[in-house]
Design a protein around this ligand. Structure first.
Ligand code: AMP
Length: 141
């Protein structure tokens, strides 16, 4: 397995529930390192750009409205197979379908308010990480 980086977003629902620490703990418990992190609130323009790939989908407006509804915690996670590992930890996009013990099964309420985002592939991870963090603000160790 290769050493990878992936972008994680703890979405407004999970920040509002005050479970940021519990979610970050799961990443660390699985051997992922938090090499960059910040609490921020996305503007509509930023959210539309970040989710640009979904612009034509029927859920786009609701997704953007939700993502700007409160602060989010954006992190870069680093580790062996970090992209797949994070996706395993998150569980299925729809929390009703997420396996027991996953972040979405434990903390998410709906497909929009689904607690976390994680990059789906190496190429998207690189683009998503650069969207939020300059390389100089990522602390690999
Ligand atoms: P991603 O697939 O990670 O780029 O994120 C798309 C996000 O859109 C998901 O995490 C969901 O929160 C949201 N979403 C809402 N409805 C749907 C849907 N029908 N299919 C996929 N994602 C959806």
């Amino acid at each position: 397995m290769a050493l990878e980086r992936t972008l994680s977003i703890i979405k407004p629902d999970a920040v509002a529930k005050n479970v940021v620490g519990q979610i970050l703990s799961r990443f660390e418990g699985a051997g992922l390192k938090i090499v960059a992190t910040k609490l921020t609130q996305l503007s509509r323009g930023e959210a539309e750009k970040f989710y640009g790939v979904h612009a034509a989908r029927p859920f786009f407006k609701d997704l953007v409205d939700f993502m700007i509804s409160g602060p989010v915690v954006v992190s870069v996670l680093e580790g062996e197979g970090a992209i797949a590992k994070n996706r395993d930890l998150m569980g299925a996009t729809d929390p009703k379908k997420a396996e027991k013990g996953t972040i979405r099964a434990d903390f998410a309420d709906s497909i929009d308010a689904n607690a976390v985002h994680g990059s789906d592939a190496a190429e998207t991870a690189a683009v998503e990480i650069a969207f939020f963090f300059p390389e100089a603000h990522i602390y690999s160790r």
